[in-house]
Design a protein around this ligand. Structure first.
Ligand code: PEP
Ligand code: MN
Length: 265
């Protein structure tokens, strides 16, 4: 799948990084510059934030989209940002290179249908209680509405375990890569919920054959408006990228590995 000059789902392991939420121009530009230097190709940042409390920061909206597009102009990074509502699809598509559908919106079928005609690739996150079949059915809504460019994202699911924010379903990657042709990426930040576990889960994603990563990075995680506990500092992101390098050559070629394993029904 092509996003500008970036191929997702091919030989390159594509890293998308940036803050959970767009908070200010300074925050986004500094982050963009730093993650680009460390090897990220795509800048993430939410301008429309799905928050579990109405009293939490809800995002900067269109002003946030404009900040992201200035960061693209300055760094050459492509932009991924979340769209929560059908009514925002048009304006988000104007600024974003990839439209993110959050875990909470995976079953917003009218949003999915609207994204079928948005003219941009869509990154579809797995819902917290969604099976992989549910995820694939949601992807089909987008494809059946006219947009075959869907990237799937494993971001952890809810289980009885409380040591991590969500439970990272590492098997989701080889299963999805076997049963469909879509690119699959992992989000270790929302799976872990704590920054110390992000690099090791990222590494797990690499070796099971993910096509890329979505990672939260913030200039001052302790001051972040959302998800600071799971956000990496610039230095931590840089180290993670260096540490991942030897594992990239171990990335399984999907056809070879899964054919050898006998496939998956
Ligand atoms: C996010 O990417 O910041 C986000 C809200 O993720 P999720 O939808 O996976 O919770
Ligand atoms: Mn977040």
């Amino acid at each position: 799948m092509q996003v500008g000059n970036i191929a997702i789902g091919g030989d390159e392991f594509v890293v998308m990084a940036g803050p959970c939420a767009v908070e200010s121009e300074r925050q986004v530009l500094d982050t963009a510059e730093s993650v680009a230097k460390a090897g990220a190709r795509i800048l993430r940042g939410g301008a429309y934030k799905p928050r579990s409390s109405p009293y939490s920061f809800q995002g900067l909206g269109v002003e946030g989209l404009k900040i992201l597009s200035r960061a693209r102009d300055l760094t050459g990074l492509a932009i991924i940002t979340e769209v929560m509502s059908e009514t925002d699809v048009e304006v988000v598509a104007e600024y974003a290179d990839i439209m993110q559908v959050g875990a909470r919106s995976m079953e917003n079928f009218s949003l999915l249908e609207r994204l079928g005609t948005c003219g941009r690739p869509v990154l579809l996150k797995r819902g917290m209680t969604a099976t992989l079949e549910d995820l694939l059915r949601s992807a089909q809504f987008i494809a059946a509405s006219g947009n075959p460019d869907v990237i799937l994202c494993e971001r952890g699911i809810r289980t009885f375990e409380t040591a991590t924010r969500n439970t990272f379903d590492v098997a989701a990657v080889p299963v999805l890569k076997t049963v469909c042709h879509l690119p699959v990426i992992v989000d270790p930040s929302h799976a872990a919920g704590v920054r110390a576990l992000v690099p090791v889960l990222a590494r797990a994603g690499v070796v099971v054959g993910a096509d890329g990563l979505l990672v939260e990075v913030h200039p001052h995680p302790d001051k972040a408006a959302s998800d600071g506990e799971q956000s990496l500092t610039f230095a931590q992101f840089g180290s993670m990228m260096l540490d991942l390098e030897p594992y990239l050559s171990l990335r399984p070629n999907a056809d070879r590995l899964y054919a050898a394993a006998g496939g998956f029904d």
